[in-house]
Design a protein around this ligand. Sequence first.
Ligand code: AHR
Length: 508
Amino acid sequence: MRKAKVLIDRDFTIGYTDPRLFGAFIEHLGRCVYGGIYEPSHRTADERGFRKDVLALVKELGPTLVRYPGGNFVSGYNWEDGVGPLETRPARLDLAWFSTEPNSFGTNEFIDWCRAADVAPMMAVNLGTRSGDAARNLVEYCNHPGGTAWSELRRKHGWQTPHGIKLWCLGNEMDGPWQIEQKSAAAYGAAAREAAKMMRRVDHSIELAVCGSSLRNMPSFGQWEETVLEHTFDYVDYISIHTYLENYSQDTASFLASTDLMDSFIDEVVVLADAVAAKRRSKKRLMLSFDEWNVWYRTRSEVAPADRWPVAPPILEEIYTMEDALAFGGACISLLNHADRVRVACLAQLVNVIAPIMTRTGGGAWRQTIFFPFAHMSHFGRGRILRAQVESEAYYASYNNPDGRPAVPDVPYLKIAAVAEQGGGLSLFLLNRDLKQEMEVSVEARSFGPLTVHKRFELRHDDLMAANTENTPDKVKPTPLQSVAFDRGRLRARLKPASWNVIYLAAD
Ligand code: AHR
């Protein structure tokens, strides 16, 4: 039996979770939009073509914000193609995913969908094939009340009141060779700065995220941030950061340890952003927009079949296992523990494409394994993140993988986040990374009033490769955590090997 000791104090705070930390992402990619959230011929579709079975699962999942329309797609997208009467919208080749984009779903449909799903929109502009001009026109189309050509066009299209989109991404992964119109840091920095200036002049209330490196392993990581921020520091609010966890080497222990690299990556980007601030003697602190994160490796190189240009091909439909849910849970803990600087985060993506929710076009919808840690984080992660002092035995992660990462000798078996909610309650998120042994955890919760164990969940499966499908939708699902008790300021819980656990203690 492993043992771990944790000390938290209600007054020792890292930061408050911004509600936008619990975001997700919808890209025109594969069956995320068509056959995912939008399928007019589906038996559950509403009058706008939105699948109501998917909407119900989205509400259960609990995202607060959704980024749109890409991703790589946005770097070749003409937003004007996706507005106005359906019969006049052009079909276009999508050079990011080698698909045909019918444009039957666009900006206005997205806003309607966000309202139906009760989430806030986060809009990305194309800084690949287009520039600040198209971006400022889009802000005017979306957010200006009326009386100008673009705002009147929106009204003519049927949306009288402005969309009021607050959060905007200045392009996507512009450092990546895979990106349409990849740019050097200096070229992108200058383009993003000019776009930002114009967009903010149209609507001074918007918030802007500039692209950081698309991966921690990009050779230009660090240099990219420095140069881009030299150009844009005064004009933006967030720098973006993306991470996809992978287990190519099928080494579960290292895979679960790799979630800690998210913590390092966040710390490094914070340092880079603050170094730019220091050079300017600026008190301004850029926040991080972790606007793509997930587990993704099995379908990493998929695009639509060459020369066929299908509409909504079933690509990037990663089937998530119990093992993935554990790594995913570790990533949730990393995000929570950096709530002071990570204010926006988007699980990539929401439906069908590397997603917690799967559908069959014309058929059912179900929850993948990663659905559960996200839902737990969104429902129990609101509040003040506490600094946890953890004493846990550690293990050696060899990272025997093609990236040649250095081994890490001291990965704590226990990964934990603690959230004090406003009403006096306490949520604990606990990942037991020991694959063989149970763990007895003792948490001393100082400065709290009387607490009662109110909710407790455990997500585990004897088979780490277990996954949910349309026919077996409940194979992996949370069950009540059996062994947990709170007495005189101390919580004791026994965690199963390789398990994700959530305990919510309500104030008496
Ligand atoms: O989420 C899938 C893709 O991953 C996005 O389009 C891109 O931004 C990232 O590389």
